[in-house]
Design a protein around this ligand. Sequence first.
Ligand code: DAT
Ligand code: MG
Length: 150
Amino acid sequence: MNPAASVERTLVLVKPDGVRRNLIGEIVSRIEAKGYSISALRMLDADRSMLETHYAEHVGKPFFEPLVEFMLSGPIVAMIVEGNRVIEGFRSLAGATDPTVAAPGTIRGDLARDQGTKVVQNLVHGSDSLESAKREIEIFFAGLTIERKS
Ligand code: DAT
Ligand code: MG
């Protein structure tokens, strides 16, 4: 535990399976119920170049092309979520990558399962480090400056 950690921002995506299954509200609700705030939100159709940048670490893996195709298969929702230790906290809310073993109580554990597809469909993405968060926020919210009056 590191209680002195400062406020962070993370990039959360509701993937096409989450949008298709009408789970945007459920996912947003879990994030808000945990106490994090949403500082930006948009729905979009990602394009291949955004996804190749976003998932650059996975280029060359067998699931890479199915992953990109899946992410292109429908609209997604991108959010900037803010709070102390939110990067780690959202990944904990999301649960393990493989929804079959993701713990009950997590988004993936409660709401997703193996569909027998080449790529795991697990409803959400969350940045895994400060560096990834900064990089990924720039992909989905290029040039956005967040200013709040209060
Ligand atoms: P996470 O989304 O939990 O950060 P990741 O970055 O390792 O997981 O992988 C990105 C996505 O690719 C993941 O959400 C689902 C898919 N994926 C990962 N590993 C996979 C595998 N071994 N087989 C099929 N799909 C996989
Ligand atoms: Mg990842």
